[in-house]
Design a protein around this ligand. Structure first.
Ligand SMILES: *Cc1c(COP(=O)(O)O)cnc(C)c1O
Length: 381
């Protein structure tokens, strides 16, 4: 009885459309985070598991993995001399709290243009030990520009606003003040000049095709100096969020407390895969190709348009596509029933939209296949 009811119920919500197997992508995962983990990486983890998982993070096997992660990241981003890769637990959200305690001296400026950039700004505004931040906002689907301001000591930028599919070029707004960049979804897929940043931070569940839980931060000498200077002062800093402790642990290829070993392994696998294939330029070119495929497709259909109207702001790692006259949710529901998952739009944005990750782990051929699948679904709705 309940099975019959279930069938009727799902049929009324998601029309039954079977996508022909030859149209389907190789892999159906298109989520913007957590995002597709390469099957090769999982197989390598399974093969290494008995000597790696369940072993001490204070011993050579795991420390060597952390060392490879730190050096692989430095190579991937061509970090200038003196920049250090620091890591810890808590993902990007954890790192925001660490930034509130260790990187902002008194006042920060924030570019707020989506769910993630606004969340960090809100967190800073609530911190009792900091002055009210300067928040510069823009319409969703665009990004504001940072403005040189002698009253702030840190600028908070976002390389790629994952909720809206907007990316921005990274440039120092001023010679003073640290440039803190949330690069969670851009890092490893978008080009940038590290010398324009002081802290380029990320979590590995997006372009690095690993799992969540860790944060990684590429810190300039000026950022290291700020961390040490604040730690030497009288501000209370919870040890878990203390970046001077994280810095000391990272220099020993360790983390303050137990890290997710599988996450570290998968991230190393992805970073080394990109580096062996030609580094960031190779990965970014692959994302460019995927972006070209999906935006050209969206512009060529009567029922779709790219949400981000300015091509210079259109992300090459997360595409947001508006639908007109067709329910994007219905399309996403049919795709999901066919094993093609996580293309639903960011809920809070409230648009009739699909959002598609174009991260390096997703081959451009799969983006082309996804477009063909959407065409098939729309034709049969
Ligand atoms: C995913 C994401 C975050 C949140 O990362 P967590 O590791 O889940 O805390 C923050 N900022 C951006 C830009 C993101 O894409």
């Amino acid at each position: 009885m309940s099975i019959v009811w279930g069938l009727v119920s799902s049929a009324t919500q998601t029309p039954v459309i079977t996508i022909p197997p030859d149209l389907l992508p190789e892999d159906g995962r298109f989520g913007s985070g957590p995002s597709r983990v390469r099957t090769e990486a999982v197989a390598a983890l399974a093969e290494a598991a008995d000597d790696f998982l369940g072993t001490s993070h204070r011993k050579a096997t795991v420390k060597d993995m952390v060392r490879r992660l730190r050096s692989g990241i430095a190579e991937l981003f061509c970090l200038p001399d003196g920049y250090e890769v620091v890591l810890g637990n808590g993902g990007t959200t954890g790192f925001w709290d660490a930034a509130i305690f260790n990187l902002i001296e008194a006042r920060s400026q924030h570019l707020s243009f989506g769910a993630f950039s606004s969340k960090f700004a809100t967190g800073v505004a609530a911190a009792p030990h900091l002055q009210d931040p300067v928040i510069i906002s823009s319409e969703f689907g665009t990004h504001p520009e940072a403005v040189a301001d002698p009253t702030v000591d840190a600028y908070a930028l976002t390389h790629n606003e994952t909720s809206t599919g907007v990316s921005m070029e990274l440039r120092r707004p001023s010679t003073d003040g640290l440039v803190l960049v949330d690069a969670t979804s851009g890092a490893g897929g978008l080009r940038f000049d590290p010398a324009e940043t002081d802290v380029y931070y990320l979590a590995p569940q997006k372009c690095l095709a690993a799992d969540g839980g860790l944060w990684l931060a590429c810190c300039s000498p000026a950022a290291v100096e700020r961390i040490e200077q604040i730690a030497a002062g009288d501000r209370w800093i919870p040890p878990f969020l203390n970046l001077s402790i994280a810095l000391k642990s990272s220099r020993k290829d360790e983390t303050y407390n137990t890290p997710a070993l599988a996450t570290a392994f998968l991230a190393v696998h992805q970073v080394e895969w990109i580096n062996h294939n030609g580094g960031l330029e190779w990965a970014a070119s692959r994302c460019d190709q995927s972006a070209d495929i999906i935006y050209t497709w969206a512009e060529g259909r009567s029922f779709t348009t790219p949400f981000v109207t300015d091509p210079a702001m259109r992300s090459h790692v997360v595409a947001t596509i508006d639908f007109d006259g067709v329910s994007a949710d219905e399309v996403a529901g049919v795709l999901r029933a066919n094993g093609v998952v996580d293309v639903e739009s960011y809920r809070a944005l409230g648009r009739n939209q699909l959002r598609v990750a174009l991260f390096p782990a997703i081959p451009p051929s799969d983006i082309a296949a996804l477009c063909a699948c959407i065409d098939h679904v729309v034709e049969h709705l």
